[in-house]
Design a protein around this ligand. Structure first.
Ligand code: ADP
Ligand code: MG
Length: 335
């Protein structure tokens, strides 16, 4: 298999050696060519620094990076065949949309006519035909996002880096753009490295994803693997807000003496009589498509997802809890 991007023990530390900020810390990862790869993690976990290391705007303090098999230690950003769609789009406000899109070609010395033609082609690709003469301030947020995308794609990169590109859009538009980006990636066959702190976005878009925590990769795998089999408490909690059960609670739930996770949608509320497991309802949270019901079991809060249309037990009442034992996922570590 050929890899678009490979990290070998890559670190990027900032500040003094005796008290470094370990933005990226010993990261190993491979992004297959043509993949839609997501980097998912909370704010400050090192995602943007990873993208900057790939694009060449940042150099590793340790380890090595390869792009399509080539060590890029000595390759400057403009010769890496990598482009970035920035979080804030970074469009030039005084330039027209057309000139924004054609900017990379201008820098390369491509002549004006060819540039304009290529810019039109890219605007068509992102469904913005006819917007070339406008200024960025005359566009909606979603349209500006498309211009930023066109401006990166005009350079025909082999790897496109996207840093939380949909973060500024409202939910409806964000979902539409998720579908479009996914379709565009499939059509162009370019490798996408997509950074987000939104677990739903990463799960729905990525072929594979890396979950970041404190500059390290907590887990790497397909969305289904990471969701169903979180390796650590952090992953279980961050990717889909699972119930994380301490060893003694896992035992009470019929499992081994280990940390485990149990998805709220796997828990069913039953009548309290004659069941192995019961608890007291402490809260409800209405979510639209259902409700999340919190239940205290011997001092541990777990939540169960109750689909809309099912009756909700009153706060303070006793309920039984049932689940398929296969849904109880025992974790490798507890970190
Ligand atoms: P994310 O994109 O996941 O939010 P970043 O990669 O931007 O995270 O940052 C990771 C950590 O590195 C943060 O603690 C951030 O403050 C720190 N950091 C990033 N860039 C620098 C820098 N140039 N100097 C010092 N610290 C930095
Ligand atoms: Mg960031």
């Amino acid at each position: 298999m050929s890899f678009a991007v490979e990290f070998q023990a890559v670190s990027r530390h900032f500040g003094p050696a005796n008290a470094p900020v370990k933005a990226v810390d010993g990261v190993d990862l491979t992004v297959p060519e043509g993949a839609f790869f997501a980097m998912l993690g909370p704010s400050g976990s090192g995602k943007t620094t990873c993208l900057r290391l790939i694009s060449g705007f940042e150099k590793p303090t340790a380890g090595s990076i390869r792009i399509f098999g080539q060590d890029v230690s000595d390759i400057p950003p403009n010769r890496r065949n990598v482009n970035t769609v920035f979080q804030d789009y970074a469009l030039f406000p005084h330039m027209t949309v057309r000139d924004n899109v054609a900017y990379g070609l201008m820098v390369k010395g491509v002549d004006r006519r060819l540039r304009a033609g290529k810019a039109e082609e890219m605007l068509a690709l992102v469904k913005l035909e006819g917007y070339g003469d406008r200024k960025p301030s005359q566009l909606s947020g979603g349209q500006r996002q498309r211009v930023a995308l066109a401006r990166a794609l005009v350079n025909e990169p082999r790897v496109l880096l996207l840093d939380e590109p949909l973060g500024a859009l409202d939910l409806k538009l964000r979902e539409a753009m998720q579908d479009e980006l996914k379709a565009l990636q499939a059509r162009l066959g370019i490798t996408f490295v997509f950074v987000t702190h939104d677990q739903g976005e990463a799960l729905s878009m990525a072929d594979s994803l890396a979950v970041f925590n404190n500059g390290k990769i907590a887990q790497i795998g397909t969305p289904a693997e990471v969701y169903a089999k979180p390796r650590t408490r952090f992953v279980a909690d961050f990717v889909g807000s699972s119930n994380v059960l301490a060893p003694e609670v896992t035992r009470a739930f019929g499992g081994p003496d280990r940390w485990s996770s149990l998805r709220p949608e796997a828990l069913r509320l039953t009548a309290p009589d004659g069941v192995a497991l019961s608890g007291t309802v402490t809260a409800h949270r209405y979510l639209g498509a259902g409700s999340r019901v919190s239940v205290a079991v011997n001092g541990t809060e777990v939540s169960a997802l109750v689909p809309a249309g099912h009756g909700l037990p009153a706060t303070g009442s006793t309920v039984g809890l049932a689940f398929d034992p296969a849904a109880l996922h025992v974790m490798e570590g507890e970190g």
